[in-house]
Each structure stands twice: as structure tokens, then as C-alpha cells.
Design a protein. Structure first.
Length: 85
């Protein structure tokens, strides 16, 4: 079982590799992906693909569109990876 904090730490690394000019310290749990971190539609696609690869999950497009904060994204990953039995 992975924790939200562990997912958050991995997301910080993933975002810093995906979002140009992002300083990892800018990424907070309540950061808005678009407003605070500058995630545009192309970056969102790259982030979703990287998340799917990293955690071996599939994120439906309607779910990806509804993830607006780092916390929401971490919670989705946590739920998606902990429901496989």
C-alpha cells in the first residue's frame, strides 16, 4: 500500500521533469495544476501518460480532465493503485 505522501513526492519529481521551468519547491499538495503550476493541455497529456506508465494504471480522459490539484491527482493514484485485488 502506498501513501498519499509517497505519491506526492513521486509527483513532484514527475512534474519537475514534465513542466518546463518548474521548481520542485513550487509543487504543494493544494497547487492548482493549471493556475499555480502552468500545466497546459499538452503538458496535461504528458503528465497523464507519465503517471500511467509510472504507476501502471489507466486514467480515463474524463477523470484526467477532473484532476485540478496535486492532491486530487495523488488521491486518484492512491485509490487506483490500492483497489487492484
Amino acid at each position: 500500500m502506498i501513501s498519499e505522501q509517497s505519491v506526492y513526492q513521486d509527483l513532484v519529481v514527475l512534474f519537475s521533469k514534465t513542466i518546463e521551468d518548474l521548481v520542485p519547491e513550487q509543487v504543494q499538495l493544494d497547487s492548482d495544476l493549471e493556475g499555480d503550476l502552468g500545466v497546459d493541455s499538452l503538458a496535461r497529456l504528458e503528465i497523464v501518460a507519465a503517471i500511467e506508465e509510472r504507476w501502471n494504471i489507466k486514467i480515463p480522459e474524463e477523470v484526467a480532465d477532473a484532476l485540478h490539484t496535486v492532491r486530487q491527482t495523488a488521491r486518484y493514484i492512491d485509490q487506483a493503485t490500492n483497489t487492484s485485488t
